[in-house]
Ligand binder design. Structure first.
Ligand code: SAM
Ligand code: SF4
Length: 553
């Protein structure tokens, strides 16, 4: 089986990504299932892969699963989330408790996953959090060794003892300042006292480990680094310094990031520290301890020294997409696989295929800063960015594996929003013909009425004419004409409206173009020197890229 997987073509794999990432509309469901079955059948020489570790082609065993439970959060940390929050998916798009359990069970029993971490958004916002942990802890009798949680600590104090009883083993609490005003500034909310209380509670309730996640940012909280290290003097805490990472829209700048090298120099100049041996080859943190202090300090150097070599992690986003690398924008929808009725054997195979495609290493820091990726809150949570958005710059129609392949963008998981586009074209026609049109003296019929009908009809055919355009349900199309005698032209304005996942600019442009060509066709016997002068987008609104107005208007 493993050999067969290796010989699977790129095409087969990308079909898997595309089919599974698309929404499970009932019409597409049977096609999706049969496409998958064909691929799975092609690999199904035996069942020996069941209960084998989850290996990639670089010899890395994956035994650590991070599951995001939600995209929502009760804080708005500057480096993570925009002030206004993010566009949330309907709850039905997120994995429910049963789906989380089914996935986790499969990962533990078939792939030997030993550690599961729940994260988010803020995982404690989910009202079924205790049930989720309770269910998952049943898997401890099947090989699961550890259940962990990453939280911002606002609600942890309230749930701590119930979480511990439910089976939670360890907790990471994120905290970037000990100053209440600064807390308000960084998280755009109040709540420092609650977070500190949560840390104290966690320390008193016998968790295996309590770690503090701290993202040092130059000019923001770097003056508190020493204060955080002092917390390890009398408490069995691990302070984890996480290098500030770039995500879509978090205003990352290289000069704001404090690298491990900068941090360690500074810390060594103030404390007597000793490096500790790694706890395992998969350790993401480089560990140190200040002499005679109880706790430890760790460094997560994702930017300057990515821990790709020992990477044993895979992630499930809150909407049920498998992400084999934090910085790989390709995702595979396991939630759709479940909802499409795939059985565990089938899901087992597609997961193995996905992990087989994991790259040896993610791009360097600078490339990451310039590439597009879900914000952390959406990685360890959700995305409504297209599930297979390209990693080759901004050209989402070009397949990242081969710049020459054609690829229709998968919009299966995008939100429907109200979108309006207006376009304009001009046709130089000459004064004489203009007058004849106005007076309805063209022998073939009413030119503008026919041009309008032609434009509207053509708009409906946009996806047939433009190869990579999606078929878009039109709510409204209109075309209007103005006579501009000064320039001897007719100005054609179109407007299109939809509630849909993709833009509607092409529809508006097609409407103008075909209306102009129809005028040309109806008048060509009277004037052969007509010119269709231009065709351009006047205005668009809605969608991820926001509003646009042509500079001339
Ligand atoms: N809400 C929970 C919390 O804050 O702990 C869990 C989710 S949060 C996204 C998980 C961790 O990612 C937090 O420790 C946070 O500090 C870290 N994080 C978020 N954005 C980051 C960024 N741009 N660079 C480095 N770490 C980041
Ligand atoms: Fe919320 Fe955690 Fe992101 Fe802060 S870091 S906004 S707490 S998800």
């Amino acid at each position: 089986m493993m050999m067969m997987i290796r010989f699977l073509t790129k095409e087969s794999c990308s079909i898997l990504y595309r089919t599974l990432s698309s929404s499970a509309s009932s019409a597409s469901l049977s096609n999706t299932k049969s496409a998958l079955k064909t691929i799975i059948a092609a690999t199904d020489t035996d069942n020996d892969n069941n209960h084998q570790p989850l290996m990639d082609t670089h010899g890395r065993r994956h035994d650590y699963l991070r599951i995001s439970l939600t995209e929502r959060c009760n804080l708005r940390c500057l480096y993570c989330m925009p002030e206004e929050g993010i566009q949330l998916q309907p709850k039905s798009n997120l994995m429910n408790n049963d789906e989380i359990y089914r996935m986790a069970k499969l990962f533990v029993e078939r792939f030997g996953i030993r550690k599961i971490r729940f994260t988010g958004g803020e995982p404690l916002i989910r009202s079924d959090i205790i049930d989720i942990i309770e269910n998952i802890s049943e898997l401890k009798s099947n090989g699961l060794e550890k259940i962990s949680l990453t939280t911002n600590g606002i609600l942890f104090g309230r749930y701590s003892s119930r979480l511990r009883q439910a089976g939670l083993d360890s907790v990471n609490i994120s905290l970037d300042t000990l100053n209440p005003d600064q807390f308000q500034m960084i998280t755009r909310r109040n709540g420092l006292a609650k977070v500190i209380k949560s840390i104290e509670t966690a320390l008193s309730e016998g968790y295996d480990s309590v770690k503090i996640n701290f993202v040092p940012i130059q000019g923001l909280n770097d003056d508190e680094i020493e204060d955080f290290i002092e917390l390890t003097k009398d408490s069995n805490l691990e302070i984890r310094f996480i290098e500030y990472m770039p995500f879509d829209g978090n205003h990352w700048r290289s000069d704001k990031m404090l690298s491990f090298e900068q941090l360690i120099k500074r810390i060594e100049s103030k404390f007597n520290i000793n490096r500790l041996p790694p706890k395992s080859i998969n350790d993401t943190a480089i560990l140190y301890q200040v002499e005679h202090y109880i706790g430890t300090i760790g460094f997560i150097n994702s930017m300057t020294n990515p821990f790709c070599n020992g990477c044993n992690r895979i992630r499930l986003t809150a909407d049920g997409n498998l992400k084999v690398c934090l910085f790989d924008s390709k995702e595979l929808s396991l939630k759709n696989a479940i909802r499409n009725g795939m059985n565990d054997n089938e899901i087992d195979k597609i997961i193995r295929l996905a992990v087989q495609r994991k790259k040896k290493q993610h791009s360097g820091a600078l490339k990451l800063a310039n590439s597009s990726n879900r914000p952390m809150i959406l990685i360890d949570q959700r995305k409504s960015i297209s599930t297979s958005s390209s990693i080759s710059g901004n050209f989402s129609h070009i397949d990242s594996n081969d710049g020459h392949q054609v690829k229709m963008v998968n919009v299966g998981e995008k939100f429907e929003t109200k979108r309006i586009a207006q376009a304009r074209s001009r046709i130089y026609i000459g004064q004489n013909v203009m007058k004849k049109i106005e007076q309805n003296q063209i022998g073939k019929g009413n030119v503008l009425t026919i041009a309008k009908i032609a434009g509207i009809m053509a708009t409906k055919s946009t996806s047939n004419l433009i190869p990579l355009c999606h078929q878009c349900p039109l709510d409204y199309v209109d075309i209007k004409f103005q006579f501009n005698y000064q320039d001897e032209e007719i100005i054609i304005d179109s407007i299109c409206q939809t509630n849909w996942k993709t833009g509607i600019e092409m529809e508006a442009l097609i409407a103008c173009t075909i209306a102009a060509l129809t005028i040309y066709d109806m008048c060509k016997a009277l004037n052969k020197s007509m010119i269709i002068r231009e065709c351009y987008l006047l205005h668009k609104s809605g969608g991820k890229s926001g509003d646009y107005h042509h500079s001339s208007h």
